[in-house]
Design a protein around this ligand. Structure first.
Ligand SMILES: O=C[C@H](O)COP(=O)(O)O
Length: 258
């Protein structure tokens, strides 16, 4: 489907996990992040913050009357270690703090080393910790997996183990979301026959970047897939660009904070 730049920006806003995962984050910077989620153009699907800010972000979104904005957080992040108990404990704490969505890093180094079981166990156990009502998004770190076969394998393992979404990247490595990796992941979702969503994260900075992922998702999964239930962007530097386009201004330079 062809969309105008404004239509693309509006859709990207609705599908965004507005993210701040910086060591320098403070309660004030998270308040600012939540405040930026409120705009005349609508709100993102979620804000994504470190676990220690989940409770604070939830309170801020309530104070700002943003009932539709989910609180997402990260576990096993960004290392993607293979310690299942640790990942589960972090996930349980995040759920206990009130997270609506948990983005857990898949043990990708273990998979590269040939261990397929630990990835399955980690995802299945973290999904159990999430229960029915908390979404589990599994970050594959595709830029480190590199090979198409490994990306496809990680996708299959995560989906079979119960991932609600598979997500490309942490945003913390050299290569993050790419259309090539997205295509492999979307095809794995399609071929699984399961209801699993897709999240492109890391380096998505403009509506034009977003449009590339929309096209791929529509081609492989159909137009209905572009809903917050099944498609997200994780982005820390996309919001200002979308707001500028929606306001009819010259787009803010790519990568402007939020
Ligand atoms: O999960 C989201 C990523 O951390 C965001 O990456 P980014 O800072 O490149 O937008």
């Amino acid at each position: 489907m062809s969309r105008s730049e404004k239509e693309t920006a509006q859709l990207a806003l609705r599908l965004m996990d507005l993210t701040s995962l910086n060591q320098s984050d403070t309660p004030q910077s998270i308040s600012d992040l939540c405040a930026s989620a409120a705009s005349e153009y609508g709100s993102p699907a979620a804000v994504c913050v470190f676990p220690e800010f989940v409770t604070w972000a939830k309170l801020e979104c309530e104070r700002l009357h943003l009932p539709t904005v989910k609180i997402a957080t990260v576990t096993n992040f960004p290392s993607g270690g293979a310690d299942v108990e640790r990942a589960v404990a972090e996930t349980e704490r995040a759920v206990g703090a009130g997270a609506d969505e948990v983005d857990v890093v898949f043990p990708y180094r273990a998979l590269i080393a040939g261990d397929e079981q630990v990835g399955y166990d980690l995802v299945a156990s973290c999904k159990e910790a999430c229960g029915e009502n908390v979404l589990l998004k599994v970050i594959l770190e595709t830029g480190e997996l590199k090979e198409a076969d490994l990306i496809a394998k990680a996708s299959r393992i995560a989906i079979e183990a119960g991932a609600d979404f598979i997500k490309t990247s942490t945003g913390k490595v050299a290569v993050n979301a790419t259309p090539e990796a997205a295509k492999i992941m979307l095809e794995a979702i399609r071929d699984s026959g399961r209801a699993c969503g897709f999240k492109a994260a890391g380096g998505v900075r403009t509506a034009a970047d977003a449009a590339v992922y929309f096209e791929l998702a529509e081609e492989i999964m159909g137009a209905a897939f572009l809903s917050p239930d099944s498609f997200r962007f994780g982005a820390s530097g996309l919001l200002a660009n979308l707001h500028s386009i929606l306001a009819g201004d010259t787009p803010a330079s790519a990568g402007t904070s939020y």
